[in-house]
Design a protein around this ligand. Structure first.
Ligand code: ZN
Length: 298
């Protein structure tokens, strides 16, 4: 099964070339954050569905807030949840952002908590991934001898620092370094799976950060997720009625615009000291690939 089906329901497909780069920063968002983006994250100046060698990307919003420009890409498509996690075309989305000149990605995600200590509404900076997905296209380098990339640290340390400082400013309870298990979905986890994930050391469970994070590294893009806990996994954290759950999770989501704007100021626009942008360096040094990423997939 390949989730590379071409989305056919989007209102427009643009293939124009953008001569002026809009921004180096993109936010990949889930359904709730995307709805927020359309309502009050800033001014939408354009929207683009980008054709890539891997199919069409989701519509990418070109946004602006008080002179700062950024992109927002809804990974599940327009609306709340047009495409569920296993069918998201992660390769097309990440490739499209790379082609637009994006060098930093903050990925919003609303996982479940596997531990009572991470409560609904909490902000968490995941520090590691357990990739339990099964059927996804997980690399740009199929049938090629490249792509043996280190995953330590798993996420960009520069973006981690910026996110930590911004969340700290807001007095938001924030936990760092959590292990996020990525399940295939679209169904939720069974009680036995929850037990297994806890035994494996996972603290959050979701469906979207893999292969997204790994693909960003393959294209030498800095990537860091920010999670807001939306639920407890099966059998964790006692009974929370649905109204209360929704209230706490919505409160967290409502803080996202301010956090996003602060992140735009906190993310340095000077070259980063992290090694993300050199993920493919050893292949370049060996002469296996050149500098142009388009040629890495030929
Ligand atoms: Zn980085």
């Amino acid at each position: 099964m390949t989730p590379e089906s071409k989305p056919d329901a989007f209102p427009q497909l643009l293939s124009r070339a953008y001569e002026e780069q809009h921004s180096e920063i993109a936010f990949i968002a889930g359904g709730k954050v995307y709805r927020l983006a359309r309502q009050r994250l800033g001014t939408i100046t354009d929207m683009l569905v980008k054709e890539t060698p891997f199919g069409c990307s989701m519509p990418i919003l070109f946004m602006e807030h008080q002179g700062r420009r950024f992109y927002v890409l809804p990974r599940h498509g327009e609306g709340q949840y047009r495409v569920s996690a296993p069918f998201v075309n992660y390769r097309a989305n990440v490739w499209a952002l790379k082609e637009l000149g994006v060098r930093r990605i903050i990925a919003w995600t609303g996982p479940g908590s596997l531990t009572p200590s991470l409560e609904i509404g909490d902000f968490v900076l995941p520090g590691d991934l357990l990739d339990m997905t099964r059927n996804r296209s997980r690399t740009f380098f199929e049938n090629k001898g490249i792509g043996l990339l280190r995953q330590e640290p798993v996420f960009c340390p520069t973006l981690e620092k910026a996110s930590e400082s911004v969340l700290g400013e807001y007095g938001t309870p924030v936990a760092s370094g959590a292990v996020y298990a990525v399940m295939e979905g679209p169904r939720l986890e069974t009680p036995a799976e929850v037990k297994m994930l806890r035994q494996l050391g996972a603290e959050l469970v979701g469906m979207t950060l893999a292969p997204e994070a790994f693909l960003a590294r393959e294209l030498e893009i800095c990537y860091h997720p920010i999670a807001y806990v939306t639920a407890f996994a099966e059998g964790v954290g006692g009974e929370v009625d649905d109204t209360e759950r929704r209230k706490r999770s919505d409160e967290a989501v409502n803080r996202i615009p301010e956090i996003t704007w602060s992140l735009l100021d906190a993310i340095p626009d000077t070259p980063f000291a992290c090694s993300c942008q050199d993920a493919m360096l050893r292949y370049k040094q060996r002469g296996v690939i050149g500098d142009d990423f388009h040629e890495w997939i030929d």
